[in-house]
Design a protein around this ligand. Structure first.
Ligand code: ZN
Ligand code: ZN
Length: 90
C-alpha cells in the first residue's frame, strides 16, 4: 500500500530538497522525511514536524497517510475484469 506524505493541516507535500534544522540541539540540516523524524547528526527523534508552508507543528506520524484501497490500482482492476463472466448470445 502506498503511503503519501503531506501536512495534516494544509496538505502541503514536502519535497526531496526541503530541509529542517535540528535546533537548539546540534544544528544539523536535513530532510526529516528521509529519516522518519530522526536527526542524522545527534540521533534525536523529533516527535513533531513543522510544516514549511503553514508553519503548524504536527506529530511526525500524522504526516503519513495510507492510500485508501478505494482507488484501486489499475492492475487489480484489470485482473478482476478478466474474470468477469461473459454472456453468450441472447
Ligand atoms: Zn540533532
Ligand atoms: Zn501545513
Amino acid at each position: 500500500m502506498a503511503t503519501r506524505i503531506y501536512c495534516p493541516r494544509c496538505e502541503w507535500k514536502p519535497h526531496a530538497d526541503d530541509r529542517w534544522q535540528c535546533v537548539p540541539s546540534c544544528g544539523t540540516v536535513w530532510n526529516t522525511f528521509d529519516t522518519g523524524g530522526r536527526c542524522p547528526g545527534c540521533g534525536k527523534r523529533w516527535q513533531t514536524t513543522q510544516c514549511l508552508h503553514c508553519h503548524v507543528y504536527s506529530l511526525h506520524e500524522a504526516w503519513y497517510h495510507e492510500e485508501r484501497p478505494a482507488k484501486a490500482d489499475e492492475e487489480s482492476e484489470a485482473e478482476s475484469w478478466s474474470e468477469e463472466l461473459v454472456g453468450v448470445g441472447e
